[in-house]
Design a protein around this ligand. Structure first.
Ligand SMILES: [Fe+2]
Ligand SMILES: [Fe+2]
Length: 430
C-alpha cells in the first residue's frame, strides 16, 4: 500500500471530525481498519471520543473521510437555499451574475455533482468555521456568473460549481487558530496555510469521485496569471482557464467582503488590484461593475480616509525599508542573503510604483492640501492607488513569510525584524 499521509488522519482534521461527532451522529459507513488489520469501528457504529486516540495513532487502510457518514450534514438543498439568502444580502451578486439569472443559478446548486465524501468534508468545514460555507457559496456564485458571461460551455458549469464549493476544503488540515481573523501568521503557519490549495487537490483526487479537472481548479485558486500567486507561483496558460476563473472569483469575493466593511468603489478597486489576473476574465467583471447604476449610491471616501490610508502605507514602507537594511547586515548565510536580495527587488518595485503615482515624490503636506481641493473622483483614484500598493506589500509579506518558512531555523538569523515589519500588511490583507 502506498505510504500516504492521508492514511493517518491529520490532527486538525481529526479534531474537526471529533467535534462534529460531539454534536451530530457520525457513524462508520464501512468497517474501519488500521493498516495492520485491527478493526477500530464496525460499520453502522457511532464514532465516539473514546476512539480519538486510536485514530490519531494508527494509519488507516482508507482515508478517514471515506469511511464515515453523518446524520443531518450539509445537503445540496441547503447549499442552494444559502445561495438564495446571499443574493438578498449581497447586492453586488445580482449585477455580476446577470439580473434575474441569479435565482436560477442558486437553484442549479441543488444538482451540483458532489459525492458523499465531499458533502461530509463540507459539513466538517461548515461546522468548524462559521463563515466557511458562506464564503464557499459566494465564490461559487461569482464563478458561475462570470463563467456564463464568458459563454463557458453549459457542461462546465457543474464542475465549476463543485470546485467553487470545495475550493478551501484543504483548510480542514490547517490549525483553526491560524484561520481565525486577527491572528498574526508566523512563517511556519503561513506555509501550512499556503499549502491548502494542494491539500484540497489531494483530498479531492484521493478521496472523492469528482475527477482531476475539479482537483486541479482547487489547486490553482490562489495562483495568479502574472505568477505572483501561491503555492506554486504558476503563471499564464500553465494555470487552467477554469482555475483562473476560480482565482478571480476568490479575489472578487474578498472585495465584496471589504465593500461591506468600508465603502469602496468596487469597479475602481477591481481595476487597480486585478492586474495579476487574466484581463479577459477580470474585464468581464470590470465591465459589469462600471455600468452598474446601483454602485452610484455607495458612499465615497473622505479626505481623512485617504490621508490615513496613505500615512499608514508610508509608515509601513519606512518600517520595511529599515528592516531590510538591518536584515542585509544580519543575514549570515547564502539562503537568507538570497531571500533578502529577492525581497529588496520586490520592495523597490513597490517603491517605484509609488513614485510613479506622483504621491510618492512630494511631501505629504502637499498631498494633503491637494486632496482638500479634490473632487470625489480624485479621492477614489487616490484611494485606489493606495489600495493597490497595499496589496503589493501584502504579496511581499507573503513571499517573505513563505520563503522564510522554507529555511532551516538556523538560517533565519536577522529575519525576525523584517517579518515583524511585514506582519502588518499580511495581517490586514487576508
Ligand atoms: Fe483559499
Ligand atoms: Fe477561498
Amino acid at each position: 500500500m502506498p505510504d500516504s499521509p492521508l492514511e493517518r488522519p491529520n490532527p486538525y482534521l481529526l479534531d474537526r471530525v471529533m467535534s462534529l461527532a460531539d454534536e451530530a451522529e457520525v457513524y462508520a459507513n464501512e468497517d474501519i481498519y488500521t493498516e495492520s488489520g485491527m478493526k477500530l469501528l464496525a460499520q453502522g457504529h457511532k464514532l465516539t471520543r473514546a476512539l480519538q486516540e486510536k485514530l490519531a495513532l494508527h494509519k488507516l487502510q482508507r482515508p478517514l473521510v471515506q469511511t464515515l457518514g453523518v446524520q443531518g450534514g450539509v445537503t445540496r438543498e441547503a447549499i442552494s437555499l444559502l445561495a438564495q439568502t446571499l443574493i438578498e444580502e449581497q447586492p453586488m451578486l445580482e449585477p455580476i451574475c446577470e439580473r434575474g439569472g441569479m435565482h436560477a443559478l442558486a437553484e442549479s446548486l441543488k444538482f451540483v455533482p458532489l459525492d458523499q465524501v465531499s458533502l461530509l468534508m463540507l459539513t466538517l468545514a461548515h461546522r468548524s468555521a462559521g463563515e466557511a460555507m458562506r464564503h464557499a457559496v459566494l465564490v461559487t456564485m461569482v464563478a458561475l456568473g462570470v463563467a456564463r458571461r464568458l459563454a463557458s460551455p453549459a457542461a462546465d458549469l457543474p464542475v465549476i460549481a463543485a470546485a467553487g464549493l470545495l475550493h478551501d476544503i484543504g483548510e480542514l488540515y490547517v490549525d483553526p487558530n491560524v484561520l481565525e481573523g486577527g491572528h498574526v501568521v508566523s512563517p511556519d503557519e503561513w506555509r501550512s496555510l499556503a499549502l491548502h490549495p494542494m491539500i484540497g487537490q489531494r483530498l479531492i483526487r484521493d478521496t472523492t469521485t469528482l475527477g482531476e479537472q475539479m482537483a486541479r481548479m482547487v489547486a490553482e485558486h490562489h495562483e495568479r496569471f502574472d505568477g505572483s500567486g501561491y503555492p506554486r507561483g504558476l503563471s499564464g496558460p500553465s494555470i487552467s482557464r477554469a482555475g483562473q476563473l476560480l482565482a478571480v472569483a476568490e479575489m472578487t469575493v474578498g472585495l465584496l467582503h471589504k465593500a461591506l466593511e468600508a465603502p469602496i468603489r468596487l469597479d475602481l478597486a477591481l481595476k487597480v488590484i486585478s492586474s495579476g489576473h487574466s484581463s479577459e476574465i477580470t474585464g468581464v467583471l470590470r465591465e459589469v461593475l462600471a455600468n452598474e447604476p446601483t454602485l452610484q449610491g455607495i458612499p465615497l471616501y473622505t479626505v481623512p480616509n485617504v490621508l490615513a490610508a496613505l500615512n499608514r502605507f508610508i509608515m509601513s514602507m519606512e518600517a520595511i525599508q529599515a528592516a531590510l537594511s538591518q536584515a542585509e547586515v544580519d543575514a549570515d548565510n547564502i539562503n537568507s542573503r538570497e531571500l533578502v536580495t529577492d525581497a529588496e527587488a520586490r520592495f523597490y518595485a513597490v517603491q517605484r510604483a509609488f513614485l510613479r503615482t506622483g504621491m510618492g515624490s512630494v511631501p505629504v503636506y502637499e498631498i494633503t492640501s491637494a486632496l482638500f481641493g479634490a473632487e470625489s473622483d480624485d479621492l477614489i483614484e487616490a484611494m485606489g492607488i493606495v489600495e493597490e500598493l497595499n496589496w503589493r506589500l501584502r504579496d511581499l509579506a507573503r513571499f517573505v513569510s513563505l520563503r522564510t518558512g522554507l529555511l532551516l531555523p538556523t538560517e533565519r538569523n536577522g529575519l525576525d525584524t523584517l517579518l515583524r515589519a511585514l506582519a502588518d500588511p499580511l495581517h490586514h490583507g487576508s
